[in-house]
Design a protein around this ligand. Sequence first.
Ligand SMILES: NC(=O)c1ccc[n+]([C@@H]2O[C@H](COP(=O)([O-])OP(=O)(O)OC[C@H]3O[C@@H](n4cnc5c(N)ncnc54)[C@H](OP(=O)(O)O)[C@@H]3O)[C@@H](O)[C@H]2O)c1
Length: 347
Amino acid sequence: MKNFMIYGANGYTGELIAREASKRGMKPILAGRSQNKVEPLAKELNLIFRTFSLADKKSLEYTLKEVDFVLHCAGPFSLTSQPMVEACLRLGKHYLDITGEIAVFEAMAQRDAAAKKAGIMVMPGVGFDVVPSDCLALHLKNRLPSATVLTLAFYGLGKISHGTQATMLMNVGNGGAIRKNGEITRVPAAYKTRKINFGEFSETAVTIPWGDVSTAFYSTGIPNIEVYTVLPEQNLKLLKLSRYIGWLLASKPMQSYLQKQIPSGGANEEERAQGKTFLWGEASDASGNRVSSRIQAPEGYTLTVLTALNIVEKLLGGNFHKGFQTPAKAFGADLILEIEGVERMDD
Ligand SMILES: NC(=O)c1ccc[n+]([C@@H]2O[C@H](COP(=O)([O-])OP(=O)(O)OC[C@H]3O[C@@H](n4cnc5c(N)ncnc54)[C@H](OP(=O)(O)O)[C@@H]3O)[C@@H](O)[C@H]2O)c1
């Protein structure tokens, strides 16, 4: 029987996934670098656990040999993904993660040929970033095959977890990013503002360097991509400030100080149950044709659990595509409709 490992199983998101996997009768190996955190969870869920640092190649390979694939949940992934994916390539094991970092998607795309040679699927971004937006992007491309410009936006009504805040903070000095004429192009943080009609309400949103700037290009071939989100006033101020003091925010002492201020954990069960996410996307072509669609889905971390395990179930059933893959490229634009509580509307 096929099995998998969750690395970073004790993190906020890893634990949510481990608990739901166990509820569904799956028996993943729970792994992470801290025995005092992974062991109690594994014991509670009656699952096997392994603890090792990602620098410990021997232990990493030992555990990977016991499974068919990994669902990597330990981020920031720009610090953790490389040793894991390289081990997967060496041993012929599929790789999934829940990153949203453009640099990580791009690094994984570079390993496409190696993944095909190893006979494995390398699919980063199986969470909220990027499953729903990637499916929306491909849906829009299917509606308007001549599209040359793609604009995506999301609004997540919910609390942001420790790891997401840590990852965002780590990248705050890097400014923004869009895709222009097929190339990822650096732009100032929050450099464009736009009013978005999410259906039930309209909100002002700003550009952010979201994962789809990388992935939607591989899923749709559309060469111009921008992603917007709605930010609380305080976060928006910090983002705009980062244009001027990004170097300071990115400096080691400042990062070390700010990282320590982030509270652990994330939204509780009740908050997650009440949360909701809204996505909107528009594709247009050189002749002025335009289509737009919207998606409503559960709260972001709940959705991450559901989309990640949906893809895990496919792999457990032997359903995979060799090489670097985005969720929609491998499983189609309707993949997101397989998730309970998701609705898609065409304008
Ligand atoms: N794509 C999405 O929609 C989505 C959704 C949720 C989360 N995420 C991303 O997933 C990551 C985790 O988020 P979270 O809120 O679950 O984080 P968290 O609660 O802070 O947990 C982070 C986990 O990663 C482990 N870890 C961190 N650095 C590590 C390293 N260098 N080597 C080995 N393990 C390491 C931690 O281990 P210790 O406890 O031992 O420190 C912990 O298990 C973040 O990058 C976040 O942005 C993405």
